[in-house]
Design a protein around this ligand. Structure first.
Ligand SMILES: *[C@@H]1O[C@H](CO)[C@@H](O)[C@H](O)[C@H]1NC(C)=O
Ligand SMILES: *[C@@H]1O[C@H](CO)[C@@H](O)[C@H](O)[C@H]1NC(C)=O
Ligand SMILES: *[C@@H]1O[C@H](CO)[C@@H](O)[C@H](O)[C@H]1NC(C)=O
Ligand SMILES: *[C@@H]1O[C@H](CO)[C@@H](O)[C@H](O)[C@H]1NC(C)=O
Ligand SMILES: *[C@@H]1O[C@H](CO)[C@@H](O)[C@H](O)[C@H]1NC(C)=O
Ligand SMILES: *[C@@H]1O[C@H](CO)[C@@H](O)[C@H](O)[C@H]1NC(C)=O
Length: 394
């Protein structure tokens, strides 16, 4: 009797002690809940049989290697809203059965390349909503996705991270990804390779980004997702002629755009809230114009190209000139001198022919001419026509 009581007391104290201070442990679900408990680090005394760990609203700035040691039965870990700035190497690697990792609303500045490495790659869901501090963290994340060998990851949520562009091949290390959420970012374009390597995809959410249109290249990239549920709503689509490709694509593509009827124009003002899908080329007022624009563009391109070629030729020419500057100088001097000689000769003759007085001399007095020529030659070597003495007009 006494022994049983002692045993019961021991058990109670052990059970109470095994739930961390300011946390709640609900035995049946083996859930540990530490919400807004002003924790500065992951508590040490978490029951080793916990399967769900929810630590939210605290001030845990760093997750280290040993943060979760001995918790190999945790399958769900929610670390939302803790102001986490840094995730160290192998921060989760003792969580051998971790399937779902929620890191929403943090300020990740540093993500170690091996932050998400867990032996056996058990992770199926990773959520980083509004969690990356800036664009540098995106580079970190990309590296961590590659090094983490997350081959079983099915869901990735990167919503609300102010992404403008996604590096090509970013998701390629996630071959089994099925759900990719990129809502509420600032994405402006999709390129060849943006979504390469995720052939198992079932859902791609691009709602609430900054797409004004989707280029040909982007449409071709999306075309690979024939069975995928694609969401493109709440983007500021511009409904001018350029939108025609997109409008046609929406009507004809085999890609399933889940919210195709809820894509609206934002600009120009006259077409605001008009459905993008319903817009025909006629409604956009661009029959014939499209072709014109294309030729115009190709003409512009060829002008630019011509300009570049000419510029290049010019530069090569100048360079050659520069290299041969001594030779050219000599050559020019030679030519200059030769010209000067020739010109002097011409000048001389011109002086004789153009002076009416001299002309009269040469015509009127044929006999006296040899004499005159001699005399003039003598004068013009050092005198101008104005200086010819007046007695020349005989
Ligand atoms: C983890 O779960 C397994 C299977 O449910 C169980 O056998 C094991 O005792 C648990 N480990 C701990 C430390 O509770
Ligand atoms: C994680 O915790 C936050 C804050 O308590 C909660 O709002 C959210 O629903 C939880 N997410 C999951 C997937 O459990
Ligand atoms: C991101 O923030 C970190 C820390 O403040 C800073 O060192 C880094 O230069 C920032 N990167 C960008 C691209 O702004
Ligand atoms: C979108 O993301 C921004 C920045 O992360 C956030 O402040 C805002 O609350 C989010 N909006 C919605 C509707 O989720
Ligand atoms: C996309 O890029 C790949 C190589 O990265 C190339 O083989 C392919 O032709 C490109 N596709 C288009 C449509 O440009
Ligand atoms: C798309 O289809 C709708 C109805 O099926 C039609 O009204 C609209 O004109 C079509 N748009 C284009 C660009 O073909």
């Amino acid at each position: 009797m006494m022994l049983t009581l002692v045993c019961a007391m021991l058990c109670v104290s052990a059970c109470v002690a095994s739930c961390p201070l300011r946390c709640e442990c609900s035995g049946a679900q083996r859930t540990v809940h530490c919400a807004s408990a002003a924790l500065l680090r992951v508590p040490a005394a978490i029951p080793s049989d916990a399967s769900s760990l929810i630590i939210t609203g605290n001030a845990i700035h760093r997750l280290d290697h040993s943060a979760f040691s001995g918790l190999q039965n945790v399958t769900h870990l929610n670390l939302s809203n803790n102001g986490i700035m840094e995730i160290g190497s192998h921060a989760f690697s003792s969580l051998l059965t971790l399937r779902s990792l929620i890191l929403n609303n943090n300020q990740l500045v540093l993500i170690h390349p091996e932050a998400f490495s867990v032996p056996g790659s058990p992770l199926q869901e990773l959520s980083l909503r509004a969690s990356l501090y800036n664009y540098s963290s995106l580079t970190d994340l990309m590296t961590a996705l590659r090094w983490g060998e997350l081959t079983n990851l099915l869901r990735l949520d990167l919503s609300g991270n102010r992404f403008v562009l996604l590096p090509p091949g970013m998701f390629a290390p996630l071959p089994n990804l099925q759900h990719l959420h990129l809502r509420n970012n600032s994405l402006v374009a999709i390129y060849n390779g943006t979504f390469s390597g995720i052939e198992q995809l079932l859902e791609l959410d691009l709602t609430g980004n900054a797409f004004r249109t989707i280029s040909d290249e982007g449409l071709r990239e999306l075309e690979q997702f024939s069975g995928v549920r694609l969401l493109l709503g709440q983007n500021p689509y511009v409904c001018t002629c350029e939108a025609q490709e997109l409008a046609n694509w929406l009507n004809s593509s085999k890609v399933r755009v889940g919210d195709a009827d809820r894509l609206y124009c934002e600009f120009p003002a006259a077409r605001r809230d008009v459905s993008l899908r319903g817009l025909s080329a006629q409604a956009l007022g661009c029959y014939g114009k499209v072709h014109e624009e294309i030729t115009d563009l190709s003409l512009q391109t060829s002008y630019v190209f011509l300009g570049l070629v000419l510029g290049f030729v010019g530069m090569v020419f100048l360079f050659v000139v520069y290299l041969n500057r001594k030779g050219i100088k000599k050559w020019i001097t030679d030519i200059y001198e030769a010209c000067q000689n020739v010109l002097e000769g011409y000048h001389h003759r011109y002086e004789i022919d153009s002076d009416p007085r001299l002309g009269r001399v040469s015509h009127g007095q044929q006999q006296g001419r040899p004499q005159m020529d001699q005399r003039l030659a003598h004068i013009s070597t050092d005198a101008r026509i104005s200086q010819i003495p007046s007695d020349v007009t005989l």
